[in-house]
Ligand binder design. Sequence first.
Ligand code: RAM
Length: 352
Amino acid sequence: MSRHRLAAVLAATLLVAAGCGGTTKDNQSDSAGTQASATADPNAKLKEGLKIAYLPKQLNNPYSDVETSGGEEAVKELKGEYKKVGPNDAAASSQVSYINTLIQQQQDVIVVAANDPNAVCPSLNQARTAKIKVVTFDSDASKDCRDAFINQATTQGIGESLAKMALEQAGGSGDIAVLSATPNATNQNAWIEVMKTELAKPEYSKLKLVKIAYGNDDDQKSFQEAQGLLQSYPNLKVIVAPTTVGIAAAARYISSSSYKGKVQVTGLGLPNQMRQYVKDGTVKKFALWNPADIGYLAAYAGAALASGQISGAEGDKFTAGKLGEYTIGKDGEIVLGPPTEFTTENIDKFNF
Ligand code: RAM
């Protein structure tokens, strides 16, 4: 670790200790992409030995395990040091203490799926002051406190696909409810916003969104919320769960209840968790991307940032190993690719 870097880490540690937010103008302009872009060199070699730490929304979620398995694979290819830490619940501020520890450990890159767009920001900006590159993946933080964001697919595309699957599963009309993750989750909230805009269109006029429930990405809570939805809305036709935890819990509940065959479950799920519910007829269609690819792409983006190959500015290009070349879009966003829809026809082709 260079002396310069150590001094920066100490300065950030002092800020943490003093409880200062990292949102002053100086901090923001320090880490602004425009300043860094002047120094980015597309021909810079990727550094070896980079310390790349993953901080998913929560550890006890099978989705996070698949995501970070891709991260671990990429960090190995990059000859870096991989680490994964995180809370056991997805509450808004549960990640702050982990970020502070990662700063003290002088990581080179923090890859984080934010449980709340703002709660993590002061700490993430302190990390950036300490010359740590911050890559959000899966669930973004405010764009002022990260260098790049790996989005699984376009937010618009995911929201549209959720609305479309709900319409199809409802047979064109009826009551639908959303079973989401936490009320603060950046990703779910963005998808639900797009869904609402879609539902306002004429082709959706016979569909009524009666409730948005939150299972907090906790299996038991999600199961109870699914149960509660059916008690409150007995005419419900579809539960749309834009979370792998929620969709699996809702499908488990419906599959063993008298609502099986009457109430459809759709949304975003892991094929391995959903296979039995597709086979027993509870679920006809759901969607997802390969979470391992998000983790993989995030490591390469982090390494390219930490090596000075890219700055996070729009138009920057980098190669992400087996996934090929990516270009950074507006607001530092890097889109993995389109999601896949799973049905009884193709579910056995996927193993994650
Ligand atoms: C859950 C998490 C994650 C989300 C998936 C679809 O596992 O909320 O953030 O991307 O569902």
